[in-house]
Write a protein that binds this ligand. Structure first.
Ligand SMILES: Nc1ncnc2c1ncn2[C@@H]1O[C@H](COP(=O)(O)OP(=O)(O)O)[C@@H](O)[C@H]1O
Ligand SMILES: [Mg+2]
Length: 539
């Protein structure tokens, strides 16, 4: 059987993005020899969904047993053993269902305890099954590592049958998982053969989801929700389901701004009521003070902050010491928690910037850093409303930039890029997307102006800014040998003329060949005006 590459899509709620991750996971699960895989990422990014779909897809080749390790009610021995019992029962039931009962013959001499787990885990891997231990930070707490380590070692080092299964360890508590797997002093260090880290869904996948679910038919509302949810599929799905059961009241004249207030009130009261609803809340509170300091600085700057400014936060015994602390804080945020990303410092970009990886994290750190201390209910939503103008502006830029990279395969994008002219004047461009060769010579360039209110685009001024951007670049030895594309972006398509191409969010979706469904519960809108693609092919 060939290794599957398409996870398929049912009706209703689909499976969005993650095509590459899906293929990679299927491939890793289907290789002949034993492997230990780790899937990490914050709550709700889609670890479990991805693993389950991949396991289903390779099921004919490799049967999979999936266990989500429960949280023990307390640290007490009894509660931990209760959780072990649950894991064992799950393993036993699924093994029977898959016709792998024989693999449990060694285990069956024991009650559902750690010894049972040990023999069952070993037996199932030996029988060629994929054993998924999800939420493994709990597994470590209840003592599974005592078996997982020696069993993995026996398969990795002592030679296993070529038909051996695979172990998949996944977990939402990223810091715990990283400690368990990457701390040299702990038993599982060095046992993982392949890591998969899931971040937020990229913009094209979010646009696909939003078109299918109808959210995109009201672009301003979509932008509000995107600002708060970013690329977190769990939150979007929750909104879809909620909408089916108890939609937000529809403002009398369909007013998007009034809808926004209701939406924010609901989201904020939920986040205040349940700490797990705040993105990686547990990560944030357990972050060491260096990483937290850096995260908060980055979150204060919607469009990202210069690396040297982050560096400036750190002091130490000497320069190397401060430098070391900065690098370690950024590594925690970048590699481990997926909270920030760094734009390249190579030409034609200029200095590298650190920015929040998605709008959800940014929104929660910035706008909703109001809780739980800040006022109650309405007043927090009021404050959030005030900050929304900025936050949504940034979300729009981010979306446009990610869309350009995803759709046009520009190699990089930058938000809020400042260029200084020879005369000391500066010009700032909302989004710059570029493709360049290895010498930094620009092959393709898109300059984009984003405004939340389509009426606020000033074509004359923007044209001047774009021209100066190119002029200043050339003055700094960064020639732009191609004719740049000029883009205007707003939630609803703005008016454009001349060299400008105008895009609304629906146009972006159409460029991805997506069909836009009507807002859930509302009648379909009238026919859309045909979109004039203009002379430039593609964009
Ligand atoms: N790529 C995706 N496309 C659509 N829905 C997804 C995707 N990934 C996850 N979901 C949905 O989001 C929710 C959370 O996903 P889940 O896999 O449970 O997250 P995690 O295990 O990372 O906490 C689930 O309801 C799931 O169906
Ligand atoms: Mg999960």
């Amino acid at each position: 059987m060939a290794v599957p590459t398409d996870p398929g899509n049912g009706n209703g709620w689909g499976f969005y993005g993650r095509r590459e991750e899906f293929s990679r996971l299927c491939r890793l699960l289907s290789v002949k020899h034993y492997r230990t895989l780790a899937v990490l990422g914050g709550r709700g990014v889609g670890k479990t969904e991805l693993i389950r779909r991949a396991c289903d897809a390779v099921g004919e080749l490799k049967p999979a047993v999936y266990v989500e390790v429960p949280v023990p009610a307390s640290e007490s021995h009894e509660d931990r053993m209760w959780a072990v019992g649950r894991v064992c029962r799950d393993l036993a039931r699924q093994a029977e269902e898959l016709g792998l009962g024989d693999a449990l013959s060694e285990a069956e001499r024991f009650p559902f305890d750690l010894l049972y787990f040990d023999r069952a885990f070993k037996g199932l891997l030996g029988a060629g099954a994929v054993v998924v231990l999800d939420e493994y930070q709990n597994g470590d707490k209840i003592g599974l590592t005592g078996s997982v380590k020696p069993v993995i070692d026996s398969f990795r080092y002592i030679g296993a049958p070529a038909t051996a299964g695979k172990t998949v360890l996944a977990g939402s508590h990223q810091q715990e998982m990283i400690r368990i797997l990457e701390d040299q002093r702990l038993p599982l260090y060095g046992r993982v053969d392949h890591y998969m880290r899931l971040g937020p869904l990229p913009a094209p996948a979010v646009l696909r989801m939003a078109s299918e679910q109808g959210w995109l038919s009201r672009p301003k509302r979509f932008l509000t929700a995107y600002t708060v949810f970013g690329g977190n599929p769990r939150l979007w799905r929750r909104m879809s389901e909620e909408n089916a059961e108890e939609p937000l009241p529809e403002p009398p004249d369909g007013d998007d701004d009034a809808w926004r207030m209701g939406f924010l009130e609901r989201e904020i009261s939920r986040m205040r009521g349940d700490p797990r609803e705040r993105f990686d809340f547990r990560s944030l509170v357990t972050l060491d003070s260096d990483a937290r300091k850096a995260a908060e600085l980055v979150a204060r700057h919607f469009r990202g902050v210069r690396e040297e400014k982050v560096r400036g936060l750190f002091t130490g015994k000497n320069r190397e010491d401060a430098e070391g602390r900065c690098i370690s804080a950024l590594n925690t945020l970048k590699w481990h928690l997926h909270m920030v990303e760094q734009t390249p410092s190579a030409k034609p970009y200029g200095p590298s910037k650190i920015r929040m990886k998605d709008t959800q994290t940014l929104f929660q750190l910035r706008v909703a850093s109001l809780w739980p201390e800040a006022g109650v209910g309405g007043s927090a939503a009021g404050k959030a409303m005030g900050a929304m103008a900025n936050a949504e502006g940034y979300a729009l830029e981010r979306l446009a930039g990610e869309w350009l990279v995803g759709f046009r395969t520009f190699s990089e994008m930058e938000i809020g890029m400042v260029r200084k002219g020879p005369d000391g004047k500066t010009v700032e461009t909302d989004v710059v997307a570029v493709t360049h060769d290895k010498d930094g010579v620009v092959q393709e360039l898109a300059l984009c102006s984003c405004k939340r209110d389509p009426g606020r685009h000033d074509l004359k001024r923007t044209a001047g800014d774009f021209r100066r951007f190119v002029e200043y670049s050339e003055a700094h030895g960064m020639p732009v040998p191609v004719r740049p594309r000029w883009l205007l972006v707003s939630p609803e398509r703005p008016a454009a003329s001349g060299d400008f191409r105008a895009y609304g969010l629906k146009d972006m979706a159409r460029k991805l060949k997506l069909e836009i469904r009507p807002w859930p519960g509302l009648p379909a809108p009238g026919p859309e005006i045909e979109f004039d693609d203009g002379p430039s092919p593609g964009l």
